[in-house]
Design a protein around this ligand. Structure first.
Ligand code: NAD
Ligand code: HSO
Ligand code: ZN
Length: 429
C-alpha cells in the first residue's frame, strides 16, 4: 500500500499523478488488433484456435454455442438460494431500468414545425460477461436485464469457458433469467471481434455492451465505428473519501473487496484525518489475512492501493474529480457541502452503511461503470443505451413559409442555393 501524506514535500505531485487515462499499452493494442484480424479473416476457425490458446479449451463449431436447453437446465438445477438471489437482483435492476427508459415525445418549434424523438430498441445487441478471473454472474444481470427492459429482441452474450469447455452454471442460470437469446462460449478480444464482424456461427450485432479486462476493453475501442459501444468499463476500482466519521473496519473491507478483483484493480482512500488513515491501514492488514483470494489480493495491495492524507475534505473532493473513480464511497458529516463538489464518479455510495458490493450485486443501477479515469467523459451503463433514437420533423404550408427566410439566409452564406430553393418552392405553393 502506498501512503501519501500532505506533509510529504512531494505530495501534490503524487496526487497529480492520480490523473490517469484509460489507455491500453502498446503491447495490448497490438495483441488485440492481431486477434481482430484473425477473426475477420478466418471466423469460427480463429475463435476455436484463440480459445484453445487463451482459455485452454478445445471447442468445435458445434460446441461454440450454449443451447437454449442448456440454459433452461442451468436455471432449473440452480439451488434455491441462488435462484432467490438472482430473482431479487433482477427485480431491482429491471425496476430501475424501467424508470430510466426514454419516452417518445413531440412538440412544435418557433416556426410551427412538429419536431420530436422516437425510440426503438436495437434489433440485435451483444453483451460481454467476464469470466477470466471469476465467473461474473452478476454482470449477466447488470447488462442483459437492461437490454430486455428496453425490448431488444436478440440479445447475444459472449463469455469465456473453462478448460473443460463449460461455462459456470450459475452464470448460465443468470443469463436465462435476464433474457439472453443466444450465448457463446467465447471470451476476450476474439468475442468482441466475433460480435462486431460476425463469423459463420455468430451473426454480427449493432452495438456491444459490457465490461472486461484490458484486452476486452481495447477490442471494444478498436471495433468502435463498425459497431457502437456503451462505454469502456475495465478493471474495477474504488475511491473512498471520508472524514473522522468513517468506520475504519468498513473502509478496509471495501478496499479489500475491490482488491480481490485482482489484476489491474485499484483502491484508494483519501481522508483529512491521520488517525483514521492509520486505523484503516491496520484494519486492511488484519482483515486481509482472513480472506481466500490471496493470489489476487497480494499484487493489488502492493501496487494498486493508495491511502492519501489531504489537508481538507474539500481538497480530497478535488482529487476525487481528478481521479474520476468507477465507485466513490463518501463518508462525511458534511455531506451537503462535499457531495455537490463530486462531478466525475461512475457511482457514489453514501455513508458508512453503503458497501460497494451491494451496488455490484443488488441495488438497481447497473454495476457496469467507467474506469481508468473514463468517468470524466462516460457515464455508467443505462437502459437508454439499448434504445436507438430517431428524430422526426413534419412541416405544413404555414411552418414551411415561416421557415423559408431563415433557410434562405443559411443557404446564401453556405453557397448552397438548391437548399434554399427546395424550401422556397414549397413556400411559393
Ligand atoms: N467496470 C466495470 O463495470 C466492471 C464490471 C465487472 C467486471 N469488471 C472487470 O472486468 C475484468 C474481468 O477480467 P477477467 O480477466 O477476469 O475476465 P475477462 O472475461 O474480461 O477476460 C478473460 C479473457 O481474456 C483473454 N485473455 C487473457 N489473457 C490474455 C492474453 N495474454 N492475451 C490475449 N487475451 C487474453 C482470454 O481470452 C480470456 O477469455 C476485471 O478486471 C473486473 O474488474 C469491470
Ligand atoms: N465491482 C465490479 C465492477 O463494478 C462488479 C462486480 C461483479 N462481481 C463483483 N463485483
Ligand atoms: Zn466488485
Amino acid at each position: 500500500m502506498k501512503i501519501i501524506r500532505h506533509t510529504d514535500p512531494t505530495w501534490q505531485q503524487t496526487a497529480a499523478a492520480l490523473n490517469r487515462r484509460a489507455e491500453a499499452s502498446d503491447a495490448v493494442q497490438e495483441v488485440v488488433s492481431g486477434v481482430i484480424k484473425q477473426v475477420r479473416a478466418r471466423g469460427d476457425a480463429a475463435l476455436i484456435e484463440l480459445t484453445e490458446k487463451f482459455d485452454r479449451a478445445k471447442l468445435t463449431p458445434e460446441t461454440l454455442a450454449v443451447s437454449q436447453d442448456e440454459l433452461a437446465a442451468a436455471w432449473n438445477t440452480a439451488d434455491a438460494e441462488l435462484q432467490e438471489a438472482l430473482i431479487a437482483s433482477h427485480r431491482n435492476v429491471f425496476t430501475f431500468a424501467q424508470k430510466s427508459l426514454r419516452q417518445n415525445w413531440s412538440s412544435t418549434n418557433e416556426q410551427g414545425a412538429e419536431v420530436g424523438e422516437v425510440y426503438h430498441p436495437f434489433e440485435r445487441v451483444g453483451c460481454y460477461v467476464p469470466g477470466g478471473s471469476a465467473p461474473l454472474v452478476s454482470t449477466s444481470i447488470m447488462t442483459v436485464t437492461l437490454a430486455a427492459a428496453a425490448g431488444v429482441p436478440e440479445i447475444v452474450v459472449c463469455t469465456p469457458c473453462g478448460p473443460d469447455g463449460s461455462v459456470n452454471p450459475g452464470l448460465l442460470a443468470a443469463l436465462k433469467l435476464a433474457g439472453a437469446t443466444e450465448v457463446y462460449k467465447v471470451g476476450g478480444a476474439q468475442a468482441i471481434a466475433a460480435m462486431a464482424y460476425g463469423t459463420e456461427t455468430i451473426r454480427p450485432v449493432a452495438k456491444i455492451f459490457g465490461p472486461g479486462n484490458s484486452f476486452v476493453v481495447e477490442a471494444k475501442r478498436q471495433a468502435f465505428g463498425v459497431v457502437s459501444i456503451d462505454l469502456l468499463p475495465g478493471p474495477s476500482e474504488v475511491l473512498i473519501l471520508a472524514d473522522k466519521s468513517g468506520n475504519p473496519a468498513y473502509i478496509a473491507a471495501d478496499i479489500l473487496a475491490q482488491a480481490e478483483h485482482g489484476k489491474d484493480s485499484q483502491a484508494g482512500f483519501i481522508t483529512d484525518d491521520a488517525d483514521l488513515l492509520n486505523a484503516v491501514v491496520a484494519e486492511v492488514n488484519r482483515q486481509c489475512a482472513t480472506l481466500s483470494r490471496q493470489a489476487q489480493l497480494g499484487p493489488v495491495l502492493e501496487k494498486g492501493v493508495f491511502l492519501l492524507l489531504a489537508p481538507s475534505l474539500e481538497e480530497g473532493a478535488r482529487l476525487v474529480n481528478v481521479y474520476a473513480p468507477e465507485h466513490l464511497t463518501l463518508i462525511t458529516e458534511r455531506e451537503s457541502d462535499i457531495l455537490p463538489m463530486i462531478r466525475t464518479a461512475g457511482a457514489i455510495f453514501l455513508g458508512n452503511d453503503s458497501p460497494v458490493a451491494v451496488g455490484d450485486f443488488l441495488a438497481g443501477p447497473s454495476h457496469t461503470l467507467p474506469t481508468g479515469g473514463a468517468g470524466k467523459s462516460f457515464p455508467g451503463l443505462t437502459v437508454d443505451m439499448f434504445q436507438r433514437r430517431t428524430s422526426m420533423i413534419r412541416l405544413n404550408k404555414e411552418s414551411v413559409t415561416k421557415s423559408e427566410p431563415i433557410v434562405r439566409a443559411f443557404a446564401k452564406v453556405e453557397g448552397l442555393d438548391a437548399h434554399g430553393e427546395s424550401v422556397a418552392i414549397r413556400a411559393r405553393g
